[in-house]
Ligand binder design. Structure first.
Ligand code: FAD
Length: 522
């Protein structure tokens, strides 16, 4: 007897996104267990950025998130390795952000997942786990005592200190950096005057320069875009172990400024208080039998602005694969591709966030020169686009079979404008259903015929597009291209490769009108 198809431990952004993705796949009963009794108003992420925004657009859900946003989209200019990378010169910046404070984001994701049928139960903590060949059982502690819940799979979306990861015995190797950054906005107190050039004149203290000040103890910065508000920043090395779920206090900020700058800076009322600690960690494997990990439970990055993107995209990659396993048609090895693909994506995010540590922690003239040089390079369009794609996580091309055959295989599907008998549409619109799509771009009945055996699992479309990049595309629900036919590719090679890809990703069809080939072992 199972109580749910999938238990999701943790109703943070990753767990809620996964619940929504399982709901979109249909016919799956996800049960989300969250130890906190309600969504907490802790100021963590300020918004979404990177490729997840594209994905939400392809899901037809971006407007819902935009409606919940608290501010207009900022100019595309982002901190990166102690510099600011400026994409404003590009008409289509590869990196964009949507202001949406994390508690609001979680409310939107919670609402969306519930609409799609997720059962989200708060105030229940998972304290034990066991699994056998068919099921996984969680020991759950709640206000009414301890209970057991059983499901086919369990996904630990329970954050940086993941209990699921520990209970499953999955190592989480990496580095914890001593650097602690604090960022705050406070009203300007009476004893402080903001001078015309941005410097502060502090009664009893004297003048404090606008911008960054390096001291023996760390870095302090002050700036303001609003004359009534001070933006404050400190960065220092500490040995204390902070819990990100415990928000920073004004006293903590004041003490940090005193340590770094050596003065007692009077502070007004805080409107924002955040603390960042930095780790570079990634689990060795995202799966152990029927237990999987996603989000901060699987990876921690030593730079801000990338973690949500990585975690939410984990859920997008995993959702349809888990649903296929629950529905019973998942081909051999499908669930393991979650580990292969998202481990690679996490490693890529670690690469550029660790590079940022080296860049931002240098204050000697050599490090300043290195940053200056990089900024010079980042004025040119090509390096700017490359770094933008890296920041957004959109340069990842999964090394899928056939990867060498066509440049689009493994990549996120481009949003082609499509012309069909029923009018204009786009790849993004076709993906709203979150179902796999076979897209014939060259009126290839030979390939449509092959795809037709899987029509109960995939949507088949025929369309024209200007400068078609391929004769046909097979797009997975996570919007990555599983297979592509080259222009005018002969039927014998194209149909065979298409059939292999269909078996590999979407299993054995219910009934086949073509001879059954050996099922490839993915
Ligand atoms: C100050 C700060 C600023 C940040 N800014 C950004 C930013 O600008 N951009 C960005 O992308 N990221 C940012 N982050 C990181 C971002 O907040 C995390 O990456 C994100 O919360 C991870 O989501 P998650 O769902 O994987 O884990 P969490 O959000 O940690 O959610 C895990 C959930 O699991 C629950 N849980 C834990 N253990 C159990 C258990 N045993 N049983 C049941 N439930 C359990 C927890 O209560 C929690 O609700 C910031 C973080 C901090 C601290």
């Amino acid at each position: 007897m199972v109580d749910a198809d999938v238990i999701i431990v943790g109703a943070g952004p990753t767990g809620l996104m996964l619940a929504g993705e399982l709901g979109l796949a249909g016919g799956v009963r996800p049960l989300v267990l969250e130890r906190q009794p309600q969504i907490r108003d802790i100021p963590k992420a300020g918004g979404l950025s990177g490729q997840i925004l594209q994905l939400l657009r392809y899901r037809g859900e971006l407007e819902r998130f935009e409606a919940a946003s608290t501010a207009p989209r900022p100019a595309p200019r982002f901190p990166w390795g102690g510099m600011h990378v400026d994409f404003t010169q590009l008409a289509d910046p590869p990196m964009q952000a949507l202001p949406l404070p994390q508690p609001r984001l979680e409310r939107v994701l919670d609402e969306h997942a519930r609409e799609l049928g997720a059962d989200i139960r708060r105030g229940l903590e998972v304290v034990g786990l066991s699994q056998d060949d068919d099921t996984v059982t969680a020991d759950v502690r709640g206000p009414d005592g301890q209970d057991r819940v059983t499901a086919r799979y369990l996904v630990g979306c329970d954050g940086a200190s993941s209990r699921v990861r520990d209970l499953a015995g999955i190592p989480f190797p990496g580095t914890t950096y001593p650097e602690v950054q604090r960022l705050a906005e406070v009203t300007v107190p009476e004893s402080v005057t903001v001078l015309e050039n941005g410097d502060l004149d502090v009664a009893g203290v004297g003048r404090i320069s606008f911008g960054f000040t390096s001291t023996d103890r760390g870095v302090f910065a002050v700036g303001s875009t609003n004359p009534a508000v001070l933006g404050l920043f400190t960065s220092e090395d500490e040995s204390a172990d902070y819990d990100d779920d415990e928000p920073m206090t004004l006293t903590e900020l004041r003490d940090s400024i005193r340590r770094v700058l050596g003065v007692d800076l009077p502070l007004g009322e805080p409107t924002r208080l955040t603390r960042f600690t930095f780790h570079a960690r990634q689990v060795e494997r995202y799966r152990d039998g029927r237990i999987l990990l996603a989000g901060d439970a699987a990876h921690l990055f030593p730079a801000p602005g990338v973690a949500l993107n990585a975690g939410l995209l984990d859920s997008v990659n995993l959702g349809w694969k888990l649903a296929a396993a629950i529905h019973g048609w998942a081909p051999a090895g499908l669930l393991d591709t979650y580990n292969d693909e998202r481990h690679l994506a996490g490693a890529r995010t670690l690469l550029h966030t660790q590079a940022q540590v080296a860049l931002r922690r240098g204050y000697d003239p050599a490090a300043v020169a290195l940053r200056e040089l990089l900024l010079e390079l980042l004025v040119d369009e090509q390096p700017l686009r490359r770094i933008g794609a890296l920041m957004a996580g959109s340069d990842i091309r999964y090394p899928l079979p056939g990867h060498d055959h066509h440049a689009l295989i493994g990549a996120f599907a481009p949003d082609l404008t499509l012309h069909t008998d029923r009018g204009a549409t786009s790849v993004a619109e076709l993906m709203h259903s979150a179902r796999p799509v076979f897209l014939d771009l060259a009126d290839r009945p030979d390939l449509r015929e092959t795809a037709r055996d899987w029509q109960h699992r995939i949507d088949i479309h025929t369309a024209e597009t200007d400068d078609r990049p391929a004769d046909a595309l097979l797009i997975r629900p996570d919007v990555h291209i599983a297979w592509a036919a080259t222009i005018d590719e002969p039927t014998d090679t194209a149909a065979l490769a298409l059939r292999e890809a269909l078996y590999r990703w979407f299993g054995t069809p219910l009934k086949s009108t073509v001879p059954v080939i050996d099922r490839p072992d993915a």
